[in-house]
Design a protein around this ligand. Structure first.
Ligand SMILES: C[S@@+](CC[C@H](N)C(=O)[O-])C[C@H]1O[C@@H](n2cnc3c(N)ncnc32)[C@H](O)[C@@H]1O
Length: 347
């Protein structure tokens, strides 16, 4: 199959910082660059990898979180493995002959999901691990599971024990109670369908990697760099903390050893990262730019962040001869200040 950019729809997403809605703008700014291979260094949902895949490029997806890597396998590396209606029913049908584990029910009671939902999660993870033997089918099923979990969470995050927000009988100025209360199984079916529609073969050997940005391979023509963002007040986005529950789902059998039980929301033990520290992030950018300086570089950031637009521009100029910048005039509804998406391109 040889589609053109945007011919194959990418699934809907509620992931923090996703560029899903900016893909046309990104493509308009990079389509003229000469490149055959692309590394999506901070891949997240994989939507930018998918864009490059539809453009016929050889794509390397990378993210340091295992749950994201699983999504990269399902949607980018995967050529043609889909879940059939029979697979879905197999996964969703309880089996009287099995004894299911109950780690989520014991550990997360009253925290993110109801008791019945936690039991559904324990059973469905078990089914994915034990009833599917194709790793790519498992990846597609996990993709749907993660999306369902995100959709049913207030703020679409796992950073607080706030199940009560879903259950309180109050007037709401945010959120979507109908989405929160929709059955896990219904969400799951819908996201499997979205994944099945997004899977295609572009005739290239695309891969998904799980690792730190500084360990990714350098033999690529273009590197797309969309790291976590620190706002002007110095507050960063800690993806490991925001999505720890999904990371736990990818390592269910060892999850209990990884939890930091001191906190009510039972996160995984914290990992320090320069990408969440205002005084370390500029050096982290420099380390990435140094490593990939022989490729064309496309950096996504926000115009009001740390480092500033000017600092990033100056940094890129030290390594690349031609540097240009593009702003997207989007303003977030809840943000009183104008915060624009920024693309810095160095070739
Ligand atoms: C802004 S998001 C990327 C969003 C993505 N471009 C999309 O459109 O969905 C940043 C991503 O960087 C990942 N990340 C954070 N630190 C990382 C590191 N040191 N190495 C690789 N990935 C990292 C996070 O897990 C997160 O998915």
């Amino acid at each position: 199959m040889n589609p053109r950019p945007f011919d194959v729809p990418f699934p809907s997403t509620r992931y923090q910082g996703s560029k899903r809605k900016l893909m046309e703008w990104i493509w308009a700014n990079v389509a003229d660059l000469a490149f055959d291979s692309a590394l999506d260094l901070f891949g997240g949902t994989g939507c930018v990898s998918h864009l490059f895949k539809t453009a016929g490029k050889r794509v390397i997806y990378n993210d340091h979180l295992c749950f994201n890597w699983t999504v990269g396998r399902a949607l980018i590396e995967n050529r043609d493995t889909r879940l059939s209606p029979g697979d879905v029913e197999l996964l969703l049908t309880p089996r009287p002959d099995r004894t299911y584990p109950d780690f989520i029910q014991r550990t997360f009671s009253g925290i993110f999901f109801t008791d019945a939902e936690n039991a559904w999660l324990d059973r469905t993870v078990y089914h994915i691990d034990h009833l599917l033997d194709d790793p790519l089918k498992q990846a597609v099923a996990r993709f749907a599971l993660f999306q369902a979990c995100i959709a049913k969470r207030p703020y679409n995050l796992f950073h607080r024990a706030n199940l009560y927000l879903r259950q309180a009988d109050v007037q709401r100025s945010f959120g979507n109670k109908a989405t929160w209360d929709k059955q896990f199984a219904d969400h799951f079916r819908a996201y499997v369908e979205e994944a099945n529609c997004a899977i295609f073969d572009n005739g290239r050997d695309n891969v998904a990697l799980c690792g730190d940005a500084l360990d990714a391979p350098t033999d690529v023509d273009l590197v797309y760099i969309d790291p976590p963002y620190i706002n002007g007040r110095g507050t960063g986005v800690d993806y490991h903390d925001f999505y720890h529950f999904l990371e736990g789902l990818t390592d269910y059998d060892n999850w209990s050893d990884l939890v930091d039980y001191r906190y009510k929301h039972r996160p995984l033990r914290r990992q320090s990262s320069p990408w969440t520290q205002p005084d370390a992030i500029l050096d982290a950018f420099e380390a990435v730019i140094t490593r990939f300086q022989h490729s064309s570089l496309v950096i996504s950031y926000r115009s009001d962040g740390i480092p500033s637009r000017e600092e990033l521009f100056a940094l890129l100029r030290r390594y690349k001869t031609t540097v240009r910048a593009a702003d997207h005039a989007q303003q977030y509804v809840l943000s009183p200040r104008t915060s624009r998406e920024l693309l810095l391109i160095g070739v």
